[in-house]
Write a protein that binds this ligand. Sequence first.
Ligand code: NCD
Ligand code: ZN
Length: 347
Amino acid sequence: MMQELILRRPDDWHLHLRDGAMLQGVLPETARHFARAIVMPNLVPPVVTAAQAAAYRARILVALPEGAVFEPLMTLYLTEATDPADVAAAHASGLVKAVKLYPAGATTNSHGGVRDIEKIRHVLEKMAEIGLPLCVHGEVTTPEVDIFDREAVFIDTVLDPLRRATPGLRVVMEHITTEEGVAYARAGGPDLGATITTHHLIINRNHILVGGIKPHYYCLPVAKREKHRLALRAAATSGDAAFFLGTDSAPHVDALKEHACGCAGCFTATNTMPLLAHVFEEEGALARLEAFASLNGPAFYRLPVNTAPMRLVKHEMAQTFPDKILTEAGPVTVFDPGFPVHWQVEA
Ligand code: NCD
Ligand code: ZN
């Protein structure tokens, strides 16, 4: 029997669109299914000022395929030199919806990020005052801390002190990967949210490392052990307003993924919604997919929900998805969940 699910068109609250030929190649994959996306600012060079965000937004709009209805929600890359007045003006004009904190060195193009939280205190205070959310890449970069512990240590040593020191600051814990992240987000009240990616609901660290190294499963924060994946599934499918979809779809050309020092990132823009339907069905929570993908995010960001519908259909036959997206920058491998998927987005 054919099964279908109708939900409001979803949004992606954490997305990498890149620039130039890569932007051109990957933007249609997101615009096909998502109404809006919080666009990450870690370009080379990063999107630091309001003027840079306005120019990047214009490039995204130009790259949109004919007829696509998609709104990029812009972010600023926080540096120790960020001017609170520029941030406030970018927010007041409606241009910028969040500011992104990358601890320096934590991930792709984060070397210009923040080393000393004290140096951004005045920006955070301004953001708390105006209600502009801070999106946080929550990993410490201390060499002594094991990569699998970096999120939990960040919560205790950076995030919690930062939130206590800045009352009223609205924070999104980006792409949480641990039960500690889930627990902290769940207990944080209305000013704390957390995005969860598609791939972290599907893979654990064994998928990356057992039976040969799988570079297309390598992303940051790196997937953790199975108990953490299960905690993320429980959180995402709970309906709890603290949790919403941020795919962290992060394209890198295959040559840089299949490399001696491979780039971090999973590219999930193409098949995220069918994969999420699969995961939510497995968890007996199809009725809560809309909360995760279409309702909780706009509520946190204080934006209207989308009104257009999306229809997902479960077919008898396993559905096929492209293995790769061919961009002018090079081929980009689409995330392979490793199991047959029967759901498909349909008109
Ligand atoms: C992202 C990228 O490639 O820009 N990579 C990733 O593994 N998620 C950066 C990030 O969000 O950490
Ligand atoms: Zn990201």
